[in-house]
Ligand binder design. Structure first.
Ligand SMILES: [Cu+2]
Length: 462
């Protein structure tokens, strides 16, 4: 049955083709061009219809996708240099759009206008100096403008930090190392200095090849996500352990290859916190649908900035994703406080055969002492706050004054590299809490009626 159908179809096709040929021959014999001219009219008209609908689809789809396009709708840049990148893109888009629409129009319009018609003959034109001048000069001027403004933007965006700028004060430095298939992140710790490393030192417990004899490595930690304080300039050192990867932060317009054996960098300043970005997306329909990974939440609620790999680096390329959070300076200090104790050295190397400071008793290393002093200040703060929650009235203001002192001590304990300063801060914190807690002053009862009657009622039996 199938065979029979197939044969019928083949025969039908052959039949149609033969008829077409016969008609062509017939019209040739009769010398009639009329039919050809009619076909020309029809096809030229179809071309015009196609052009108009194609250009309309281009415009409509552009408008439809605006909420998804970087640089448009809610996706304006979240970094300081981002608007420069966007403006270069948009300027280029402006000129290429003119060329695109002009070319498409000319292509179909000329095919229609100069279609073969009865009595029309082609005109021979050797060349036209004026025309050639125009089509050489106009693109040359536009290209020069695009290249020069692009170069200016490039120099502005790719500028490194200057030697006068101090790490930790004017900017912070972090490190991202690409490998198949993950990003290894490293923060410099409270000394703000990334320790040295060498690829020959890479092993099971030392994924980055850090040199443990370098004390700058002791407080370096490796978080699973990037957290950055808003408004702070960040310099990212970008490395690769194996093949080409690419450090890509789309919302920040940051994109740089990670090249094995050749460190690269990118300096940028995040200016929109994750929370503000979520608020921005809240107003858009395409962000108000359930999130794919987290169906209980809307897309805008589940939004996090992401670090992606933008270099097709192998089978697991898609999994090279890390969350990036931009937070306020206070939130950053809290996060840093909680995570600095996860120092890779302290948790994986300290006390093992690979530890060059094995002989130093545990707890005696400078960094360990600093962490311990910080814990003392935090404990003082906790007890003070606990007492404040219970107290009321006049003593509260005294406690608040003490709290301010302890918070100042905490700031020192969190950031200092000086054990003596940390010890002094801890002592100050202790003294401040003691002054309030050790000799509890008569806490005046709040002047509410119920409490007043209660105390009177209690006193009566005595
Ligand atoms: Cu990759």
């Amino acid at each position: 049955m199938t065979w029979l159908l197939l044969i019928i179809i083949v025969l039908a096709v052959v039949f149609i083709v033969q008829i077409g040929r016969a008609r062509e021959l017939a019209s040739l014999v009769r010398g009639e061009k009329a039919e050809e001219f009619e076909r020309n009219n029809f096809h030229a008209g179809l071309g015009m219809v196609f052009m108009i609908s194609f250009l309309l689809i281009c415009i409509v789809s552009f408008i439809y996708y605006i909420p998804y396009l970087l640089g448009w709708g809610p996706n304006t840049a979240a970094s300081l240099h981002g608007p420069v990148v966007d403006s270069v893109f948009n300027t280029t888009l402006f000129f290429t759009s003119i060329v695109f629409f002009g070319c498409q129009f000319a292509l179909f319009f000329f095919a229609w206008k100069f279609r073969g018609q009865k009595g029309r003959r082609a005109k021979y034109w050797a060349h036209d100096d004026r025309l050639e001048l125009i089509w050489m000069l106009v693109p040359a001027i536009i290209m020069t403008f695009l290249v020069v403004s692009g170069l200016q933007a490039w120099n502005e965006i790719m500028a490194d930090v200057t030697p006068e700028e101090v790490a930790g004060e004017d900017y912070m430095e972090i490190e991202a190392t690409g490998m198949q298939f993950a990003w290894l992140l490293r923060y410099p710790g409270r000394d703000q200095k990334l320790g040295t490393k060498h690829f020959t030192k890479i092993d099971g417990t030392n994924p980055l090849g850090q040199d443990w004899t370098d004390k700058k490595n002791i407080d370096d930690f490796q978080p699973s996500e990037i957290v950055l304080p808003v408004g702070k300039k960040v310099r990212v050192r970008i490395n690769s352990r194996d093949v080409l990867h690419n450090f890509y932060l789309p919302q920040f317009r940051v994109k740089m290859d990670a090249v094995p054996g050749m460190p690269t960098y990118f300096v940028f300043t995040p200016v929109v916190t994750s929370d503000s970005m979520r608020n921005r997306y809240k107003g858009y329909d395409n962000w108000n649908i359930p999130d794919k990974q987290n169906p209980d939440k809307k897309r805008w609620e589940a939004f996090e900035y992401e670090l992606a790999c933008a270099e097709l680096c192998g089978r697991g390329h898609y999994s090279m994703r890390r969350v990036l959070k931009v937070v306020t300076a206070e939130e950053y200090a809290e996060w840093f406080d909680g995570i600095e104790g996860t120092s890779h050295y302290l948790n994986n190397v300290r006390g093992t055969d690979k530890d060059p400071f094995k002989d130093v008793a545990k707890g005696e290393l400078e960094f360990e002492q600093l962490l311990a002093q910080k814990e003392i200040v935090k404990a003082e703060l906790a007890s003070l706050q606990e007492a404040m929650a219970a107290a009321a009235g006049e003593s509260l203001s005294k406690m608040e004054a003490a709290e301010t002192k302890v918070l100042a001590a905490l700031k020192i304990a969190r950031t200092t590299l000086d054990v003596a300063a940390a010890k002094k801060a801890a002592a100050d914190a202790k003294a401040a809490t003691m002054s309030v807690l050790a000799q509890p002053e008569p806490i005046e009862a709040p002047a509410t009626d119920s409490v007043a009657t209660d105390s009177v009622a209690e006193e009566k039996p005595l």
